[in-house]
Design a protein around this ligand. Structure first.
Ligand SMILES: *[C@@H]1O[C@H](CO)[C@@H](O)[C@H](O)[C@H]1NC(C)=O
Length: 272
């Protein structure tokens, strides 16, 4: 008869084997999407409302020379009837295109022969936001990729200096941003800020900082959940010189990413 020690030991081994199997299964599920040959250089793009946006989708190849024949491309959007774009038998077929996209979409025939089915979406609107799927099929393979488009409005601020006050004005922001002034050392400074919303819901931002010193550099940050604009403004004798860069959120708003599932499973694993 097996001793208590042996029973505990073998149950531990069985538990470890079961959990390893679960982890392997989850890893396989998580990576099955990326095994597809069809890829996107940005699966979480953020479009500036009113501007054009390229949704990237292409067949990944290891050799530069490959040309693709019999390419067919379907762009669809989740919960939308019809297609966003369809290319088949050497031509666009837009009879089932959803009216929301009429005259606003284009793919690039020259790029298509290289396996690139990226879609240009013109003058992006709020309701363009959502989950797109790009399917490619060709004589040399295919697959699909999901792209989650988000929309925002963002513009770089302009700066003026007069009567000891530094003013920043940014004309287009959505969703409503927060603004922060910082000095050269990164200390937060108190400015006074006002927001005005136009009929389309877009905010314009005016913020004033006082007192400020000539030849000093100040940082002005405009930020919402999707975009951060950081400007360095230096007050020169005659005006303000500035430099703005934008950073876009890479976080998906979808709950339950694969990574968090894997981490929680690993934590269950280390508890045993
Ligand atoms: C695909 O084509 C578009 C349009 O010509 C281009 O902007 C983009 O860089 C191309 N992407 C790749 C991965 O070649």
């Amino acid at each position: 008869m097996a001793s208590l020690g042996q029973i505990i030991f073998s149950s531990m081994i069985i538990l470890i084997i079961i959990f390893s199997a679960i982890i392997i299964l989850i890893l396989a599920l998580a990576f099955s999407g990326s095994l597809s040959e069809v890829q996107s250089s940005n699966r979480l793009p953020i479009a500036n409302l009113g501007e054009d946006k390229l949704l990237s989708c292409y067949i990944h190849t290891t050799s530069e020379q490959t040309t693709f024949r019999e390419m067919s491309v379907t762009w669809e959007k989740k919960e939308l009837s019809g297609v966003v774009y369809l290319y088949e038998n050497g031509a666009a077929d837009l009879k089932d295109q959803n009216s929301q996209y009429k005259g606003r979409t284009q793919i690039f025939p020259d790029a298509l022969t290289k396996g690139n089915a990226s879609l240009l979406l013109r003058s992006v609107k709020r309701n363009d936001e959502g989950e797109y799927t790009c399917h490619i099929s060709s004589s040399d393979g295919g697959g699909k990729v999901n792209i989650h488009l988000r929309t925002a409005a963002f513009s770089a601020p302009t700066f003026t200096f007069s009567n000891g006050t530094l003013s920043a004005e940014a004309s287009r922001w959505f969703p409503k941003p927060n603004v922060t002034w910082l000095d050269y050392f990164g200390n937060v400074l108190r400015g006074s800020t006002s927001f005005t919303q136009n009929s389309a819901g877009i905010f314009s931002v005016v913020s004033r900082l006082q007192p400020v010193n000539v030849s000093d550099t100040y940082t002005f940050r405009i930020q919402n959940d999707l975009v951060i604009a950081v400007s360095e403004a230096t007050i020169t004798g005659s005006g303000v010189s500035k430099n703005t860069y934008f950073t876009y959120s890479a976080a998906s708003s979808r709950p339950g990413s694969y990574l968090s599932i894997i981490i929680s499973v690993l934590c269950i694993y280390c508890l045993i």
